[in-house]
Write a protein of this length. Structure first.
Length: 181
């Protein structure tokens, strides 16, 4: 990995853990064991670095979507993929939180679309709602919004995901019950 890539990965990790607003070049340089001038040598300015971070996230999202698509089931397959890609999901959360920034919002939408496309078939099967694509897609959007607001680095575990999916499944059962009555 080149020094430039190390800066990128270290920044990505930092944002995933601490948020967009907490990052500054001095702090990142200290974590890298480098000087600020090293950062500016590779990136010139923070805008260039941000552009590379967003492009990196889109690439990570593409790879995550491929892994999701390869899953047989939501549980345990997709849950394990989520946990293996925790950093990418936490970075995605930061984009969601900071969506008032147009570049972050656009990156969030592009990355989410890749993930949604990969998940949708498995989500339909898990919810047992065939022939209800529009509802399932809208429901998935609400679940993802809620999921991103609730996850933290500390609570993002297999048992937490399992409980979260149980809550969602219970809600769907209640909706089906109401629809029958």
């Amino acid at each position: 990995m080149t020094k430039k890539q190390q800066w990128l990965v270290k920044g990505y990790t930092f944002i995933s853990e601490h948020g967009m607003g907490k990052i500054n070049i001095e702090l990142l340089a200290a974590r890298m064991g480098s000087s600020k001038s090293s950062f500016y040598h590779f990136y010139g300015n923070s805008e260039s670095f941000t552009t590379d971070l967003l492009n990196y996230h889109l690439q990570q999202s593409k790879e995550l979507a491929i892994k999701i698509k390869a899953c047989d089931k939501l549980k345990p397959d997709m849950m394990n993929v989520f946990l293996d890609n925790k950093e990418d999901i936490l970075f995605h959360k930061q984009l969601r939180i900071n969506r008032e920034n147009e570049a972050y919002r656009n990156c969030f939408k592009k990355a989410y679309q890749k993930i949604e496309d990969a998940m949708l078939d498995k989500w339909i099967v898990h919810l047992e709602l065939p022939n209800q694509l529009l509802f399932v897609k809208a429901f998935l959007n609400l679940v993802v919004e809620n999921f991103l607001l609730r996850i933290t680095k500390e609570n993002f575990t297999y048992s937490w995901l399992e409980e979260y999916i149980r809550e969602i499944s219970y809600l769907v059962i209640q909706l089906k019950t109401v629809k029958k009555n």
